[in-house]
Design a protein. Structure first.
Length: 460
């Protein structure tokens, strides 16, 4: 009898994973992973940990770029997906009103009571695309403002409000949007006075570099925008669903009420692609203004039963396990323990963030020996020191982290919201050991730095 056997297929061909990517997918990914020593083979995962074939555990402080908010394979989400598949629902008929999207919208909107309606798509960049379209339609204006250093996605519309040139290069022309500095209300007002701005899209905590909006900025920006009949769009794709210690990061202190809110990543527990755009009733009614426009904005896989069931399970777990408060408490513990090391290590300049979204920034040291090594790295490529720290955290201490952006000397920590004091202890001990090595002036850390310098020069 013939048939598809996933277990057998993985057993027979799983070892080819890097060669398959080299031949058929993005060939630069395996090249990059091998260059920095990240070409690991993980066999299984649970919660905040991976295990390799030898049974060694790895602490995940990356959470799939924030997708795995509940960690991997949370039993409640797994059960919800088993249940929805077993139910054999008549999914995506397109000519009915299924209950699960309505129930998930209701549950999401309960956390943003000033908003009224939800559009479900398939990703964070699609949620941003939806917000851009809705803002233009609702206001009748063409231009959207965004912040320098912002990241809102990589599809063409979202790329137009991406503040990183490295992502934009080669894809012009983009939409007519304009960047302003985070916190610069004068620049924002100058752009609004031109009368063509539909809205301002902003991450309450910027993912690149982990920079929270300055106190009072979002509230003042909202008032300016509404005075000029433009909309505030909060991109909560990474910061939402408890990541920063509030359900949404815009709820931190300012009393901000965005007109549109973009959500994705952790909403399905990492199992099913999903995105959501929450908005005010009048905006949705401008877009869907008649029965002729009932499908003027839609997504083929949007609101599918698996994504909706996973989303409902995730929100239930967040509430039942009180993970928003847990993220606030654990994040403060981790941030404060790392911040206490700033005075100890001259290469460590700042520790910032909110909840379990933390940036660790490195900078130019004062002592002559370390300064010469730092200068060597900076001359080759800015950001190499942070990469030097990330690699031994994985290779020697089995902790997965990431550099917070190209050409940045910042490591970003966005672990699953379920981590606790044991994981904080493990990370701080490992980080301290790596920094001790860096400040010792020799050892494997700077040897690896010299290797990175040679590679950076060779790739110019």
């Amino acid at each position: 009898m013939t048939g598809f056997d996933l277990t057998r297929l993985l057993a027979e061909r799983g070892a080819e994973r890097y060669d398959l990517h080299t031949r058929h997918l993005n060939h630069q990914l395996p090249r990059m992973l091998r260059t920095i020593g990240f070409d690991k083979v993980y066999e299984r995962a649970q919660g905040a940990y991976f295990w390799d074939a030898d049974g060694r555990d790895y602490l995940d402080m990356l959470a799939g770029f924030g997708v795995m908010g509940l960690g991997r394979h949370h039993p409640v989400v797994r059960q919800a997906l088993h249940d929805v598949l077993d139910a054999q629902l008549p999914d995506l008929t397109r000519f009915d009103c299924a209950p699960l999207p309505g129930l998930l919208a209701e549950k999401l909107l309960a956390h943003a009571p000033h908003l009224d309606r939800v559009f479900f798509g398939n990703s964070g960049t699609e949620a941003v695309e939806t917000a851009l379209k809705f803002a233009r339609c609702a206001t009748g204006r063409p231009r959207v403002l965004y912040c320098t250093h912002a990241f809102h996605g990589l599809t063409t519309g979202a790329l137009s409000v991406n503040g990183e040139d490295g992502f934009r290069d080669g894809f012009a022309p983009l939409l007519p949007d304009t960047a302003v500095e985070m916190g610069d209300l004068a620049a924002l007002e100058r752009e609004l006075e031109r009368g063509d701005v539909a809205g301002f899209v902003v991450e309450p905590v910027q993912g690149k570099g982990v920079h929270p909006a300055p106190p009072g900025f979002l509230r003042a920006a909202q008032e300016l925008l509404h005075r000029h009949k433009a909309l505030l769009i909060a991109d909560e794709v990474q910061t939402g669903l408890g990541r920063t210690g509030d359900f949404f990061a815009y709820q931190h202190k300012d009393g901000v009420e965005p007109d549109l809110v973009c959500v994705a990543k952790a909403l399905s527990g990492g199992y099913v692609p999903v995105g959501a755009t929450l908005g005010k009733d009048w905006i949705f009614k401008k877009v869907y203004s008649s029965m002729d426009r009932v499908l003027v904005h839609s997504a083929s896989f949007g609101s599918n039963a698996q994504a909706m069931a996973a989303g409902l399970a995730v929100l239930t777990v967040l509430e039942d396990e009180q993970l928003v408060a847990h993220a606030r408490h654990t994040g403060e513990l981790l941030r404060s323990r790392l911040a206490a090391l700033v005075d100890r290590y001259e290469l460590l300049h700042d520790v910032r963030g909110r909840g379990l979204m933390i940036g660790i920034e490195f900078g130019r040291p004062s002592s002559l020996g370390l300064r010469s090594r730092w200068t060597m790295l900076q001359a080759a490529r800015k950001g190499l020191f942070a990469q030097m720290v990330v690699v031994p955290l994985l290779q020697r201490h089995r902790i997965l982290t990431q550099v917070s952006g190209d050409h940045l000397e910042v490591i970003k920590l966005i672990p699953p919201l379920i981590i606790g004091e044991p994981e904080v202890d493990r990370f701080v001990a490992a980080f301290t050991a790596v920094m001790d090595d860096a400040h010792g002036g020799g050892g494997l850390l700077w040897d690896f730095g010299r290797t990175l310098v040679k590679q950076a020069v060779a790739h110019r």
